[in-house]
Design a protein around this ligand. Structure first.
Ligand code: MN
Length: 315
C-alpha cells in the first residue's frame, strides 16, 4: 500500500498508564480500494514501533482493481496480512510472491526498496486484510532491504479464541508462549485474534497496544469496539479480556492487535518514507524521482508512481 497523504509528524503522546481510548478510523482510498486508516493519528503516531495501519476491504474489485504500481519506501517494514483474497507482491530485490490468507509478507525497506502490489489474476474472492508499517530503529533503518514470506505462523489458544502471532512473541499466559519466526528489529508484537467467545490475551505490561476489529464487534474489557474503530491501550496490563460483541457473524469476531515498547524516537512520515528529518526525506524522494540505483527496479508491467516534492521542498 502507499500512504498518499501522510503528514509531517511531531512528537508523540506517550502512554500515561493503562488508558483505554476508543476512536474512529479515518476512511481513505488506495487506488480503487477503500481503506480504514487507524494509524497514524494525531497525537498517537506510533504504537510501539507500528506507525501505519490500513484495514482494506472487504471489497470485490474488478480485475486489476487492486493494482498499486511500483513505489519507494525507506526506514520501515511493510507487514501484509489477508483475511480473504490474494495479492501479488513484486519488489526491487527481485521477489515475486503471492500472499494468501494466513500468510505473512514482511518487507524491510532500510535505506531503500521499491515494490508493487498487484492483482494475481484468477478468482481470489473479495480482498480483505491489513497492511501495516513498522518504523525501523536507528540500528537498522539505513541498512540493507530484505523480504520474507512466512506461509505458516504459530498460534495460541486463548479460552474461546485463537491468536495467530504474525510478529513478535506472545507473553506466556499459561497456554504456552508462541513466537513468530518473522524478523523483528524492535520489541513489538502483531497478532490476529479469532474470537468465538470470552478469551484472555496475555500482554507484556511494558507495552502499549492498539486493537482494530476486522469483522464483527469486539468487547475489550467490556467496552464494545465496532469495525471502523480502534482502541488504544496504554501500558500496565498483563492481560486483556476480549469477547465477540456483535449479533452478526454467528457470534464470532476477528481483530488485529499490535503493540510494543513505546518507540523512543519521534518519526517523520511523508508519502512512503519514514525518517527523522525533512532533509532525509527530500534526498530519498529526489533519488526516487531521478531513478537512481538506490531504489532499484521492480519488474512490473505497471509504470512507477511519481508525486511532487514534499511541501517544505517545493517552495
Ligand atoms: Mn508500499
Amino acid at each position: 500500500m502507499t500512504s498518499r497523504a501522510a503528514e509531517p509528524v511531531a512528537a508523540d503522546d506517550h502512554p500515561t498508564g493503562a488508558e483505554l481510548e476508543i476512536s474512529e478510523s479515518r476512511t481513505a482510498q488506495v487506488g480503487a480500494l477503500p481503506v480504514r486508516r487507524a494509524l497514524p493519528r494525531r497525537g498517537r503516531r506510533t504504537v510501539g514501533a507500528w506507525c501505519f495501519l490500513d484495514h482494506m476491504g472487504p471489497a470485490d474489485l474488478a480485475p486489476g482493481g487492486l493494482d498499486i504500481a511500483p513505489h519507494p519506501h525507506i526506514g520501515l517494514q511493510t507487514v501484509t496480512w489477508l483475511v480473504s483474497g490474494a495479492v501479488l507482491h513484486r519488489d526491487s530485490l527481485g521477489t515475486e510472491q503471492v500472499i494468501r490468507p494466513g500468510q505473512l509478507n514482511l518487507m524491510t525497506a532500510g535505506h531503500g526498496v521499491a515494490h508493487s502490489e498487484e492483482d494475481p489474476g484468477g478468482a481470489t474472492g473479495p480482498l480483505h486484510g491489513v497492511q501495516l508499517w513498522v518504523a525501523q530503529p536507528a540500528a537498522t533503518r539505513n541498512g540493507a532491504p530484505a523480504f520474507e514470506h512466512h506461509p505458516e505462523l504459530p498460534q495460541a489458544e486463548l479460552g474461546q479464541g485463537t491468536a495467530t502471532v504474525l510478529v513478535g512473541r506472545l507473553a506466556d499466559g499459561g497456554a504456552g508462549a508462541a513466537a513468530s519466526p518473522a524478523r523483528r528489529d524492535t520489541d513489538h508484537l502483531g497478532v490476529e485474534l479469532d474470537l468465538r467467545g470470552p478469551s484472555t490475551l496475555p500482554l507484556e505490561p511494558g507495552h502499549e497496544h492498539t486493537l482494530v476489529p476486522l469483522s464483527g464487534a469486539v468487547a475489550v474489557e467490556g467496552r464494545v469496539v465496532e469495525p471502523g474503530h480502534l482502541v488504544y491501550l496504554g501500558t500496565g496490563r498483563d492481560e486483556l479480556g476480549l469477547a465477540p460483541a456483535g449479533s452478526g457473524s454467528g457470534g464470532a469476531a476477528r481483530a488485529i492487535l499490535v503493540g510494543g515498547a513505546p518507540f523512543p524516537e519521534p518519526v517523520l512520515m511523508w508519502w512512503n518514507y519514514v525518517a527523522r528529518t525533512r532533509d532525509e526525506i527530500t534526498a530519498a524522494h529526489q533519488e526516487w524521482t531521478g531513478r537512481t540505483d538506490r531504489f532499484g527496479t521492480v519488474r512490473s508491467p505497471l509504470p512507477p508512481i511519481d508525486v511532487g516534492l514534499p511541501p517544505w521542498a517545493s517552495g
